[in-house]
Design a protein around this ligand. Structure first.
Ligand SMILES: Nc1ncnc2c1ncn2[C@@H]1O[C@H](COP(=O)(O)OP(=O)(O)OP(=O)(O)O)[C@@H](O)[C@H]1O
Ligand SMILES: [Mg+2]
Length: 403
């Protein structure tokens, strides 16, 4: 029996994925993964409680079987249009007579930064420290032990609609699990795919799921902006079904096999597509398909670009775009992003954990893998709504390993 395990639960629009990791000799190691189709969740919002509970149960059972250990507590991914973010600042006087910053001061200043105008139905999910300032000297990453009288922190605050979150947690509870904490999904995807250096230089992570595209922008080592756009890969499937007059399943298949976000293709081919009733087929060219997909992808990236322009200072240098989520599997999507953002673009494959089987090293598992990495980190003074018991200590212990 392994002593310390940590589990993540990503309840998506198309799939639910549970990941279990244990502390092995080489650090955190994935020991179990389980996946199940999800039909009760749309764009981060529970639309069918029973369906969602069933999907969570199926995914966790599979992960438990593979890991050989029961899952009791899970870090739960959340997303959706109800999520909002803002940057804030907290200021406190350093308490000790020695005028030396101690851990308690850091906690107090983070708490001070959490004081924002919060509507009654909203809750803080994360208060992520970006950098500290000690007696006017900014850019401090860890102020503990430094001398000074005045401690300031710049934080990125992420809030969510309490009732939307309560419904997700209700499903988790009904599936027999205890939520250990909440994580806004693109932060998890980032933890699984981005290097610390990328977060320093400036990077845009886009997790293109079935129902939403989640955004996380990092610069100077911390999160500068996070957000979500209620458009994901499923809209392409919809467009293809309408455009080629076929059913959803056939459209999904066509998208995966022949779909491309490229504007031009050198070798055009044609392929057969089932008619709506599934009884006949007709020929379609890759050119026709591209004419459906390319404008949608361009539109999505322009929406992302507009959101970034609104929230990220114009003079902020960004070095790269990283794409995760199942939508990142579309052929040519990296080139399309590179063109619209005018930045080098790569696909984010989860790679920061040992024990990853080949099957999990795909962009659509970035969120689930990242939950076990980022979840415990949220425990240290920066958390988020869900209270914990025994697991809090385990989380803090795991958190220390990465801080
Ligand atoms: N090979 C592929 N080519 C194009 N699109 C793909 C491919 N594989 C998966 N997708 C798309 O990826 C999307 C699902 O991605 P993902 O599994 O990340 O979503 P999710 O986490 O369930 O949803 P969300 O994050 O929006 O709640 C679907 O729209 C699916 O059609
Ligand atoms: Mg997702």
């Amino acid at each position: 029996m392994r002593a310390q395990t940590v589990a993540g639960l990503d309840i998506g629009t198309t799939k639910t994925c549970a990941v279990v990791a244990a502390c092995g000799p080489q650090g955190l190691e994935i020991i179990g993964v389980g996946e199940a189709p999800s039909a009760g969740m749309r764009r981060g919002v529970v639309t069918d409680l029973e369906e969602t509970v069933r999907s969570i149960e199926a995914a966790t059972e599979r992960a438990e079987r593979m890991a050989g250990v029961p899952i009791s507590h899970v870090y739960v991914g959340v997303t959706g249009e109800h999520i909002q973010s803002t940057n804030n600042r907290g200021i406190v006087a350093v308490s000790g007579e020695e005028r030396e910053v101690v851990a308690g001061d850091v906690k107090r200043v983070l708490d001070a930064s959490k004081i924002i105008n919060l509507a009654a139905e909203r809750q803080i999910i994360h208060a992520l420290p970006r950098h500290y300032t000690v007696d006017g000297h900014d850019g401090v990453t860890d102020p503990v032990g430094m001398s000074g009288g005045r401690l300031e922190v710049d934080t990125h605050i992420i809030t969510g609609g309490a009732t939307f979150i309560a419904n997700v947690l209700k499903c988790v509870h009904r599936a027999g699990l205890e939520p250990a904490g909440l994580v806004f999904e693109p932060l998890a995807s980032s933890a699984a795919t981005l290097l610390p250096e990328e977060k320093v230089v400036g990077v845009v992570l886009l997790d293109i799921g079935g129902g939403t595209t989640d955004i996380a922008v990092y610069a100077g080592g911390g999160a500068l902006h996070t957000g979500t756009i209620p458009v994901g890969g499923n809209i392409l499937t919809n467009d293809i079904a309408l455009g080629l007059k076929t059913n959803f399943a056939e459209a999904e298949n066509v998208k995966r096999v022949y779909g491309t976000a490229a504007k031009t293709e050198t070798d055009e081919t044609s392929f057969s597509v089932k008619t709506l009733d599934g009884r006949n087929t007709r020929m379609v060219t890759t050119q026709e398909l591209r004419a459906i997909i390319e404008p949608r992808i361009a539109e999505l990236f322009r929406m992302v670009r507009a959101q970034i322009a609104e929230h990220v200072p114009r003079d902020q240098i960004l070095g790269e775009v990283v794409l995760t989520g199942g939508g990142a599997r579309l052929a040519g999507i990296d080139a399309a992003a590179a063109e619209i953002f005018a930045l080098p673009t790569r696909i984010g494959y989860p790679a920061t954990l040992a024990g990853l089987t080949e099957a999990v090293k795909q962009p659509e598992y970035a969120t689930a893998v990242g939950l076990v990495l980022f979840g415990p980190k949220t425990e240290n003074g920066t958390t988020n709504g869900v209270r914990r018991g025994i697991f809090g200590r385990v989380g803090a212990w795991l958190g220390e390993l990465w801080n």
